[in-house]
Design a protein around this ligand. Structure first.
Ligand code: PXP
Length: 248
């Protein structure tokens, strides 16, 4: 059975929309673990648009499952990873203008630089995964870097119209078998939802699925009614002596 890595970036997105302290992704990670997450994933982007350095530091201290740090292959991020020591680093391509990670890494085009970073991180006992499209050339190049894992990009499958979905699923199934034959371990993620996750979870040899947006979306759907009811109750029956005023 594939394990579940919960990506909590979008919780931080809501906080950063107001530059305030809530919602805090750190206690939310604990709730994700209570719900059955096998790991917590965060993407520390170079522009810090959602997850902040402080989040990664606190999550390292509080996450009891596995902490997977997604990051670009830059010197700044390498130094952070070496200091924080996450349980896994997933290297992803990053462009400032993009809304989310758009494609897999072009590993063959940056073989030397990626091999060097993989070597440094793995020498520090941090296993490295490379986020790649389900493409034989990229899998071969990933193996050449010495990385122990790949994360297959499921975006094309997730975005495919119904009549292309089987083709994209077959690519992911073949890529998983190919990667394993090369000695790589296999995760997958991006764009997975409650509607499309099952065929991916059923792929033989798939170890972990990293899922974020759809879970945070679902949390809003199942939680909003309660949240409104709680506010309604406070307004209907306000205490005259709220806790905040006691010291005055
Ligand atoms: N895996 C990687 C490498 C990602 O960049 C992302 C998005 O941050 C995910 C998984 C999760 O994607 P989603 O939020 O669409 O579930």
């Amino acid at each position: 059975m594939a394990s579940l890595g919960v990506n909590i970036d979008h919780i931080a997105n809501v906080r950063q929309a107001r530059r305030t302290v809530e919602p805090d992704p750190v206690p939310m990670a604990l709730l994700a673990e209570l719900g059955g997450a096998d790991g917590i994933t965060v993407h520390l982007r170079e522009d810090r648009r959602h997850i902040q350095d402080r989040d990664v530091e606190l999550l390292r201290q509080t996450v009891r499952s596995r902490l997977n740090l997604e990051m670009a292959s830059t010197a700044e991020m390498e130094a952070i990873a070496l200091r924080i020591k996450p349980d896994m680093v997933t290297l992803v391509p990053e462009r400032r203008e993009e809304v989310t990670t758009e494609g897999g890494l072009n590993v063959s085009a940056q073989l030397e630089a990626l091999s060097s970073m993989v070597g440094t991180l793995q020498a520090a006992s941090i296993p490295v995964s490379l986020f790649v499209d389900p493409d034989p050339e990229q899998l071969k190049a990933s193996q050449a870097t010495g990385a122990r894992w790949v994360e297959l990009h499921t975006g094309a499958y997730a975005e495919a119209r119904w009549d292309r979905q089987a083709v994209e699923l077959a690519r992911l199934t073949q890529a998983t078998a190919h990667a394993r034959a090369l000695g790589l371990r296999v995760n997958a993620g991006h764009g997975l939802t409650y509607q499309n996750v099952e065929p991916i979870a059923a792929i033989e040899g798939m170890e972990e699925l990293n899922i974020g947006h759809t879970i945070v979306t679902r949390a809003l759907a199942v939680g909003l009614q309660n949240a409104v009811s709680e506010m309604r109750r406070l307004i209907e029956n306000p205490r005259r002596d709220p806790l905040f005023g006691r010291l005055n």
